[in-house]
Design a protein around this ligand. Structure first.
Ligand code: BG6
Length: 492
């Protein structure tokens, strides 16, 4: 790796979070229920479930794509980790002060749709919800921290989700655009950077985990239709953002998993390309290039998918191309058409084990070279500024008796990825920002655990909801502060 070049002068160093994994206060300030609010805790062995009440009977169901939602309900004997999360709702001032102490230039957060529109279909927004985010943005401004705001991060309003069967109705487009426009008007002057949907490609990545098992074309139909409506919603939001404030910069957000072929067998090479197309390029191409790529037909035909697409939709996609390409990066994945006994699964990837890489306790591969590879591929494909808006290591941390956390493994992981970004910049990539995932410990999206920690700041809370919620600085806190102060030169 060549690491000659420096990070650009105004590089946006910071951290990333999502409302449902951070805020808590799930029923405060007039907030309505989101899908995450009826999601139970899980672990590596035990999947998270959605809970419901149907004909007076309580039940739970796995969060399977296309399965449809039953009458979601909170059950009295269940534990829901997102209800309190780390209570950022009441601790935001303290937390933002800590981010400022590290020197954050940006803070990625999301807005809970149900704080603004509790059910989703109201005509007027909820004032208490608007006020909460205004206070957060003003607090960030105090420290010159630029917010980077995800409009929708895995927390659709439960009511809308049930009514429209998880984006199976184009009425969802209008609901989303109405919500986005309220944000663009309300926070003009306080926010500059917006992301439309978190990891929009997860609907397709989920098919790798569930689709092939069920091999049910209806599951594919559901996923591609949902995506089409989301693409149109995203494009219309981008257009509206530019009309409301020409300074707004709007990005997409892709779950960036790098795929490698296991063998030189031409069948593996082809399967690997197909994996890139389905899992990664499909969404990026539509959102960044403004039209469906030619291979879409093959993807749809493979599963007999027929989409509701209008001419107006296609015009909207063209008119609402994103201004920047952003993605999360944690790991790479290995594709093969051969039987492989060594299977691994992490994030949204399930593939063969890569003998050249090390895996975390949760089975996620550490692969900084993959990050350089990804950045360079996307740079040449889209010619857009990029941001790595999630990257990090989920690990079990130990708080010592002196209230310290010696997380050298996390420092090592992040250091390698920062070096990879530097190499990509050196090779011509227009990278403008980096926000590490879970800069403060928060609830894991995949497992619902608190014990899978990513933060520079330790939060005293466990997997059962015990703990003082007190915050403690980890070793990585001081390390990241040095990284930012030296604009990525001093990696310690
Ligand atoms: C990304 C999501 O997929 O990965 C985040 O955007 C999530 O919401 C992050 O938290 C890490 O995954 P996990 O399952 O370890 O929380």
């Amino acid at each position: 790796m060549n690491t000659k070049t420096s990070f650009p002068k105004d590089f946006l160093w910071g951290g990333a979070t999502a409302a449902n994994q951070l805020e808590g206060g799930y029923d405060e300030g007039g907030k309505g229920l989101s899908v995450t609010d009826i999601t139970t805790a899980g672990s590596l062995e035990k999947p998270r479930m959605l809970t419901y009440m149907l004909n007076g009977k309580a039940g739970e169901t796995p969060a399977m794509p296309g399965a449809g939602l039953p009458k979601g309900a909170i059950l009295p004997d269940e534990y829901y980790p997102n209800h309190v999360a780390i209570d950022f709702y009441h601790h935001y001032k303290e937390d933002i002060k800590l981010f400022a102490e590290m020197g954050f230039k940006t803070f990625r957060m999301s807005i809970a749709w149900t704080r603004i529109f509790p059910k989703g279909d109201e005509k007027e927004p909820n004032q208490a919800g608007l006020d909460f985010y205004r206070k957060v943005f003003e607090e960030l401004k105090k420290y010159n921290i630029e917010p980077l705001v995800t409009i929708s991060h895995y927390e659709d309003p439960l009511y809308l989700s049930e009514k429209y069967n998880d984006w199976q109705d184009r009425a969802m487009i209008d609901e989303y655009v109405k919500y986005a426009k309220v944000l663009f008007n309300e926070y003009k002057g306080l926010v500059k950077y917006w992301l439309t949907f978190n990891e929009i490609n997860c609907s397709l990545l989920m098919l790798n985990l569930f689709g092939q098992k069920t091999n049910d074309d209806a599951v594919y139909q559901h996923a591609y239709q949902k995506l089409h409506y989301q693409f149109v919603a995203s494009a219309r939001a981008v257009k509206a953002a530019h009309e409301i404030d020409s300074n707004y910069v709007v990005g997409n957000m892709i779950c960036g998993i790098v795929n490698y072929p296991l063998t030189p067998d031409p069948k593996d090479i082809l399967a690997n390309r197909y994996a890139w197309e389905q899992n990664i390029f499909y969404c990026g191409d539509v959102q960044a290039l403004g039209e469906y790529p030619s291979y879409s037909k093959r993807l749809w035909n493979e599963h007999n998918v027929h989409l509701d697409i209008t001419d107006q939709d296609l015009a909207d996609l063209k008119a609402g191309k994103v201004d920047m390409y952003t993605f999360s990066y944690y790991m790479s994945n290995v594709i093969t058409t051969h039987e492989s006994k060594d299977k691994v699964g992490g994030n949204f990837a399930a593939g063969a084990k890569n003998p050249y890489l090390k895996y975390s306790e949760w089975g996620w591969a550490t692969d900084p070279v993959g990050l350089e590879y990804y950045l360079e591929v996307m740079n040449d494909r889209y010619h857009l500024p990029q941001m790595v808006v999630e990257n990090g290591l989920g690990a079990v941390d130990k708080l010592t008796e002196d209230n310290e956390v010696h997380d050298d493994y996390r420092i090592d992981y992040l250091k390698q990825h920062i070096q990879a970004m530097k190499a990509a910049i050196n090779n011509g990539v227009d990278l403008i920002g980096y926000t590490t995932w879970g800069c403060i410990d928060l609830v894991s999206a995949g497992t619902g655990q608190m014990s899978k920690r990513y933060g520079f700041i330790y939060v005293d809370r466990d997997d059962e909801g015990n703990g003082s919620l007190k915050r403690y600085k980890k070793d990585s806190f001081y390390w990241y502060k040095k990284v930012i102060a030296s604009n990525g030169e001093d990696l310690g």
